[in-house]
Structures are given as C-alpha cells and as structure tokens.
Ligand binder design. Structure first.
Ligand SMILES: Cc1ncc(COP(=O)(O)O)c(C=O)c1O
Length: 427
C-alpha cells in the first residue's frame, strides 16, 4: 500500500497541493454513503461532500445503475449536429427547477467552464448586437469562480492567481456586502454602472464558498440585480457551489425576486459522480444569438460536451434530489445546524458562526487575520482526520457541507468533535 502511495507521489501532480510537501495522499479503496474507506481499513466520514459535489452519498446504487446502463447503450457521441435522450431529459429536468426566466442550457465539463461559458456568452451577447462600449465587468471582492483564465479574471486576485495576473482581464470589484455596508455597496455599484459601460456583473449568490463560506443577504443582491438591469447589465449567478439544494432552496437564486440572466451550475449536478457543467440563459440572452449568420454563432465546445454517462448520472441524481425524502433531509440538516450554532456561538474561540441551508461555517478567532492561509488550518485538518472526519478548512474557517443523506447522529458526532477542538485549542 505504501508503494502505491509512493507511486502516486512520484507520478501524480495533485490539485492545490504543494509539490514540496512530504505528505503522502490517503488511498481510498471504496466509498459508500458518507464514508470513505481507506486502504488501511479506516472509515472516514466525508463532511464536505468531497469538494462539495456529493449530494446523495457515495456510490449511490441508483446513480451507479444509471451510469452502468448508459455505458452499455451510448457512452458518447459528438454533440454538434447530434443529440441523445439523456441530454434532452436533463435539459427538461434542469429547466424545470431553475428560475423560470431560464430557457436554454449549454453543456460543459466543470464549474470553471460553466463560468467561462457564462462570461463568453455575456461578452458575445454585446458583440452580436454591435455594442462595443459595454466591456466592463463587475465582480465581488473575495470571489472564487474557478481556475481557468476567464474565471480567474473575475475572481479575487491573490495567491491563487498571482502568477497569472498579467494575463487576466480587468474587472472592477465591489466590496463584499455585510450588515454594515449595504448602503455603501449600493452607492459603489450605482456609481460603477451609471455610464452604461458595464456589460456584466458576476456573483456567487448569497454565499462566497471558497472565500470562507461568507454569507450575505438576498436583499442586497436583489437590489444590485435590480439596479444592474436598469442599466442593461447582464447578471451572471455562479451557482456552481450553491446549486441543487445547498443553501436550503434548490438554487440560491430562488431567494431572489430579481432573476439572473445567466446561471452557471456544476458540482452537485451529477450527485458528485461524473464531471459536468451547465450554463443556462434567459430568452433575452438567447435572442442575440438567433441568427443564421456564422458570426453570431457561439463557437465554444468541449470534446465531452453533454457526455451521455454524465447526463444519465445527472438525471438519476435529479430524481433523488426532487424526492420528498431528500428535501426533508435538507431541512433537518439545516435545523440541526441552527441548533448547533446557538449552542456554540458564545464559545471563546468562535469569531463567527454562519449557517444557510446545509452549510455551516465556524470562523475561528486567531491571532492572524481570516484567510485561506491562516496557520490554524494546519491544526484543524489533522485533528479531524485523526477522528476519522474529513473536514478541509478554509484557513481559519471550519465548515461542514455534508451529503444530504447524513444522519442526525452522524452530524452530532461531527459537532461534538468541533466542540472538542474549540475547547482544546488555545487562541
Ligand atoms: C462558486 C464556484 N464557482 C466555480 C468553481 C469552480 O468549479 P470547478 O472546481 O468544478 O472548476 C467553484 C469551485 O469550488 C466554485 O465554488
């Protein structure tokens, strides 16, 4: 087993992992429900849905069966000029749960590409109409939209993007909305859009995930979208993380009365089994592309666009997600989170505790500022792994985003370990 891990170390370059690190990756042999089984016989509770993707538990038999059957029927077909039943079914499924102004979907492979596609569709929307004075883009400070060049461009500039800054396009940022600055943000935003030269506004609705599960109100976002629409700014909701029930509603946009023009989704779409990204658009966006003119075609695509196995997995996941029992689970996770929040909010080490839907985040008070690189993360990760819980903190923010099948006693166990950590750890 050690040999395998060493072989991995020799051969494989893992994401977000320092090549200088001495650590060997943990070898997972199989997984079921919320548990990952390691090669040395440990059973680790997956409290973060394996990078926020898993909704119904690992190796879910319904999704596994759908993929297996699809693999024996049609594994892939070029998606230009051809189509297939799983993609058509998925389009129906997805459009039935997205905000009702969304009318068409475009497939890609992951969250970053779903965002990349959204940006390209928005930029070409203006281009197709001969508008060349709406090239400014607004994003929110702290944003993370992925790791491709477009998605990096609209994200926060920082350590993740330092090497690429000369190659990223310019974006203007508004501050992250908090309880105290909503008026200022609105004024900042109005000043930025008043000259009608802003083409797009992109945001993670209600929750900035990678920034530390930072939550802001639907009220301010609604107002910003309303203002944006008055000045013909295309609003792009990056629901890659927040989609498919994460925030307690199907999409975070469901908390809004003003609907985004474009929505990017991925992560939970296949229940965490197959890579898939989707970008949906309103009728208004589509109208700029309804032409036989080649110049107005959206020339974008990936080899695996709308892969039938991924679509079949997504359709199976959709059935599970829209089932009443899953929706009940989401509600009960939320109420357990809220109880836990009340229980620990006054603890010494707790700077802030945030909760929305199935997301719970505990920001730890430390001597350093809140950031992804806060040193406390080096204590958190091993502390929980030693207790067979996978919690991958964002710096000094410990968060839980569990698969929806997690049971009450399993969540309680995670809470108990968090409390233990808070009691044991000195500032
Ligand atoms: C809001 C948001 N957008 C985009 C992405 C990028 O998704 P992917 O990692 O699938 O490229 C992420 C990933 O964490 C995300 O949280």
């Amino acid at each position: 087993m050690d040999n395998l891990q060493q072989l991995d170390k020799n051969n494989i370059w893992h994401p977000f992992t320092s090549l200088g690190s001495e650590d060997l990756p943990i070898l997972i042999e199989k997984a079921d429900g919320i548990y990952l089984h390691t090669s040395d016989g440990r059973k680790i509770m997956d409290a973060i849905s394996s990078w926020w993707v898993n909704l119904h538990g690992h190796s879910h038999p319904v999704i596994a069966k759908a993929i297996a059957e699809q693999a024996q029927t049609l594994e892939h077909v070029i998606f230009a000029g051809f189509t297939h039943r799983p993609a058509i079914q998925l389009s129906k499924n997805i459009l039935s749960i997205l905000p009702n102004n969304q009318t068409k979907i475009f497939f890609s492979d992951n969250g970053s590409t779903a965002v990349e596609v959204a940006l390209k569709i928005a930029f070409q929307f203006w281009h197709n109409q001969g508008v060349n004075n709406k090239q400014k883009v607004i994003a929110i400070r702290g944003a993370y939209h992925g790791d491709t060049f477009g998605s990096m461009s609209v994200g926060e500039r920082g350590s993740f993007t330092a090497a690429f800054i000369p190659y990223l396009f310019d974006v203007v940022y508004i501050d992250f909305p908090t309880e105290n600055n909503e008026g200022t943000i609105l004024n900042q935003f109005k000043a930025l859009i008043k000259n009608n030269d802003v083409g797009a506004f992109i945001f993670e609705p209600l929750v900035q995930g990678a920034a530390g599960m930072r939550i802001y109100t639907a009220g301010i976002l609604d107002t910003l979208i309303h203002e944006a629409h008055k000045h013909d700014v295309i609003c792009i909701a990056d629901e890659v993380f927040t989609g498919f029930g994460r925030t307690g509603k199907m999409f975070a946009s469901d908390y809004l009365s003003n609907q985004p023009d474009i929505i990017s989704i991925s992560k939970g779409i296949t229940g965490g089994t197959m890579p898939l990204g989707v970008t949906s658009c309103s009728k208004k966006i589509i109208s700029a592309y309804l032409s036989r003119d080649d110049d107005k075609t959206f020339f974008h695509g990936h080899s695996y666009t709308a892969n039938p196995l991924a679509c079949a997995a997504a359709n199976a996941s959709f059935e599970l997600l829209t089932n009443e029992s899953c929706q009940k689970q989401i509600k009960s996770i939320e109420s357990q989170h809220l109880n836990f929040r009340n229980k620990i909010k006054a603890m010494e080490l707790v700077q802030d505790i945030r909760c929305l839907g199935t997301i719970l985040a505990v920001e730890l008070k430390t001597n350093e500022k809140t950031s992804y690189f806060n040193e406390v993360r080096k204590k958190v990760y091993p502390f929980f792994l030693a207790r067979n819980i996978l919690l991958r903190p964002l710096g000094n923010v410990i968060y839980i985003v569990p698969p929806y099948v997690i049971q009450a006693h399993e969540l309680d166990h995670i809470y108990t370990c968090i409390e233990e950590f808070l009691l044991e750890t000195k500032k």
